[in-house]
Unconditional design. Structure first.
Length: 158
């Protein structure tokens, strides 16, 4: 597995929306919920929880699509790539789709969620699995454990 070099840049499929991260993820995830299956046209979606202050859209203006509940899913308005998600009440991080980064080879999901809805053949190398979401009080422990095992970020170039 490659290391994540920071800052890291990326963008949508057509390149009209670009973004940049300047800190390593707090946690990496795979979500098996049926909503993510449908939005990603895959067995699960991938997310890297990036601290909000370390995330920036540097070009273009993504639009909100998908469900308009407490989760705001942002897409490129031209190619419709699902780029990132912001959740109401959780303003301290952004769930970035790691494949939007120019070099996503560092990514491995640390936790997987909504395994109660996963397709029977779908599997990930995640260390922790949850039938739904982890309890709120578990996140601090998961973030600390991930930080201790990730070791995939370097600050080269930034």
């Amino acid at each position: 597995m490659k290391n994540l070099t920071l800052p890291a840049e990326g963008g949508c499929r057509c390149g009209r929306v670009r973004l940049k991260i300047s800190a390593p993820p707090l946690l990496t995830m795979a979500c098996h919920c049926t909503g993510c299956q449908r939005m990603s046209a895959s067995a699960y979606s991938l997310s890297a929880a990036i601290p909000s202050e370390a995330f920036a859209v540097t070009q273009g203006e993504p639009v909100i699509g998908g469900l308009h509940g407490a989760s705001h899913h942002f897409f490129c308005p031209y190619c419709m790539s699902w780029m990132f998600t912001r959740s109401e009440g959780l303003d301290w991080f952004v769930n970035l789709r790691p494949t939007m980064l120019d070099d996503p080879g560092w990514f491995t999901p640390f936790i997987e969620t909504w395994t109660s809805e996963k397709l029977p053949w779908a599997s990930t190398p995640a260390v922790h699995s949850y039938e739904a979401l982890p309890a709120m009080e578990e996140y601090e422990k998961l973030i600390a454990e991930f930080a201790g095992t990730f070791g995939g970020a370097s600050n080269a170039g930034g």
